[in-house]
Design a protein around this ligand. Structure first.
Ligand code: URA
Length: 268
């Protein structure tokens, strides 16, 4: 007789066993021969036979070369894209970032393509990966409320991320992944040509401004983003809504940032 399982217990068992992520519709074991030879090399870092300094140097050089060539091809692809629609298609077809292999969907920007305000997050989470739309999960819902409080909804702004694909298990993106995908973000900014940029969290501020400053130091200060038309957009960093969900005591500071953005827009 077929054994009946209580789905909740099975899922709890998976979580206890460390299985907290799905990467495909059909389950597979990473020890099976097909997966070992076909899938694993695509999603796992290459194994070193020995870790002698020359092997490490060679692997580092290879990785740097792969990243540099993927970055170059991302820039070329961007130059050919003259509208957001063309850019979306180009990102969809781009194979230079391995995150595409584990993501369910590419998550491109959403909202008003002629917006004066662009919001930038780090990377799609599980909900965004499922729907292919940025900021639709819990942090997105909080963000919607924060923006609504200063009178803006998605018909008034455009929202996107540094990365168009979800890093597996929401891990921190590598500097290589950020470098390769940055041309896509910069091209979106060129095509939209906003007056204001709201940077959600330290990662997006660090990536766009190529610095290492912590968000606690960056937030609440106006920065200047140089656009390709020679003009500048005023950029303001604030806490990421996911951080605010975990640290509600910081919401007052985020609210002060929202008011600062609002005042600037209204006073213009
Ligand atoms: N967090 C982000 O940074 N971006 C999203 O799209 C969702 C959550």
């Amino acid at each position: 007789m077929e054994q009946e399982y209580d789905i909740k217990s099975v899922l709890e068992y998976y979580i206890l066993a460390g299985v907290d992520e799905t990467v495909d519709e059909i389950p597979f074991t990473l020890t099976s021969e097909t997966v070992k030879t076909v899938v694993a090399p695509l999603i796992m870092p290459k194994k070193q036979t020995t870790s002698s300094p020359s092997n490490i140097r060679q692997a580092t050089t290879e990785l740097a070369q792969e990243t540099a060539s993927a970055y170059k091809s991302a820039r070329e692809v961007c130059e050919q894209a003259h509208t957001l629609k063309e850019l979306r298609k180009a990102v969809e077809n781009f194979d230079g970032c391995a995150l595409k292999l584990t993501a369910a969907n590419m998550v491109f920007g959403d909202g008003n393509p002629n917006a004066k305000v662009v919001l930038i997050g780090e990377a799609p989470g599980a909900d965004e990966d499922r729907c292919g739309i940025p900021f639709v999960g819990r942090s997105g819902q909080l963000l919607d409320k924060m923006m609504a409080a200063i009178g803006l909804d998605r018909s008034a702004y455009y929202i996107t991320n540094i990365l168009p694909w979800r890093p597996p298990g929401n891990r921190t993106p590598t500097t290589g992944e950020i470098a390769v995908c940055l041309p896509f973000l910069r091209r979106q900014l060129e095509l939209i040509n906003p007056d204001y940029i709201l940077l959600l969290g330290g990662s997006s501020a660090n990536a766009l401004f190529d610095n290492q400053e912590p968000i606690s130091k960056l937030r609440g200060r106006w920065l200047e983003y140089k656009k390709n038309n020679g003009k500048t957009a005023k950029a303001l960093a604030t806490f990421h809504p996911a951080y605010l969900l975990r640290n509600s005591g910081q919401k007052a500071k985020a609210w002060a940032d929202m008011l600062k953005l609002h005042k600037e827009i209204v006073d213009k």
